[in-house]
Design a protein around this ligand. Structure first.
Ligand SMILES: Cc1cc2nc3c(=O)[nH]c(=O)nc-3n(C[C@H](O)[C@H](O)[C@H](O)COP(=O)(O)OP(=O)(O)OC[C@H]3O[C@@H](n4cnc5c(N)ncnc54)[C@H](O)[C@@H]3O)c2cc1C
Length: 265
């Protein structure tokens, strides 16, 4: 089995501020780490490798400092790591990002055929949940999103349980395929001392857009189809009023009248 986990470096806190002038996230000064959902994606890849044998590769698209999440991936059990690092990728929306990642995965596939791609459900900065399903669309591989459990896996198919709005469903997918996983799926392991040492020595392969034969007309802020017109933090306005009355019955009746008046009931 060759499993590719997609991992993104994101700010450590959910409380990332938006620059009111530019509408962009203020990333400078914010401490970064592996996107929390991606710890579960990588852990599932390593668990499957331990069960079925094989190789775990990790890919990230990001600036030079994103190398840190690749070293962290080695410490957590990955065998090979790849970084898409090129100014041509900067400012990409989800369509461009998933395109670039799919080109990177095609290149990994040409080195060692890929059976399975595992993404996190979403990131804690842009938070769209688009990337896993979009990678599957670019590659034409089947996809299961919101996977909470791997029920069975062998060298031909993988059977998973996924969350849906009204419960869940069980899907069996042939390889190659793409999964996006939720946090219920496992408990990420603690990094081993051996893993930490290997992480320090690891060679990071960095690819440009040309290296992965990506069409530059599909990359970067000038070519992506999404335009962010405005980003802002909504103002929270909390008001409260106390319903007065001689006793609980009177206060209750007034409260019901108030709720009806405002069309809440
Ligand atoms: C017009 C526009 C401009 C943008 N400009 C910038 C910019 O200049 N700089 C910037 O940082 N962001 C920018 N973004 C945000 C950027 O597009 C998203 O961060 C990116 O597409 C990933 O989407 P997401 O974070 O919502 O991932 P989700 O779809 O929520 O992530 C799901 C999973 O996909 C995988 N994944 C996601 N991103 C990556 C990645 N980069 N590498 C590997 N795996 C990944 C992970 O497994 C993750 O758990 C821009 C967005 C738009 C719309």
């Amino acid at each position: 089995m060759h499993i590719v986990a997609c991992v993104k470096q994101t700010p450590k806190s959910d409380n990332v501020k938006i620059d009111p002038a530019t509408g962009c996230l203020i990333r400078s000064g914010a401490e970064s780490a592996m996107n929390p959902f991606d710890e579960y994606a990588l852990e599932e890849a390593v668990l499957l490798k331990e069960q079925l044998g094989g190789t775990v590769s990790v890919i990230t698209m990001g600036p030079p400092q994103a190398e840190a999440v690749l070293r962290d991936s080695i410490a957590r059990g990955a065998d090979r790591v790849y970084q898409l690092g090129d100014r041509a990728f900067a400012g990409s929306d989800t369509w461009s990002t998933s395109y670039a990642l799919s080109k990177g995965i095609e290149k990994i596939n040409s080195i060692l055929p890929v059976d399975l791609i595992i993404c996190g459900k979403q990131t804690n900065d842009s938070d769209t949940g688009h990337i896993g399903p979009q990678i599957s669309a670019w590659l034409g591989w089947p996809n299961a999103a919101f996977v909470k459990k791997v029920i069975a896996a062998d060298d031909k198919t993988i059977t998973v349980e996924r969350l849906t709005e009204d419960g869940g469903e069980v899907l069996q997918l042939p390889y190659p395929c793409v999964l996006s996983v939720v946090k219920d799926i496992n408990s990420p392991r603690v990094r081993s001392v051996k893993g930490r040492l290997a992480a320090k020595r690891a060679e990071i392969t960095v690819w440009t857009a040309d290296d992965v034969a990506a069409d530059k007309e599909k990359l970067g802020i000038t070519h992506c189809p999404t335009r962010v017109v405005k980003s802002f933090v909504p103002k929270r306005e909390v008001t409260a009023s106390v319903v007065a009355g001689a006793n609980a019955k009177e206060r209750g009746a007034k409260l019901v009248a108030l709720l009806k008046e405002n069309n809440y009931i």
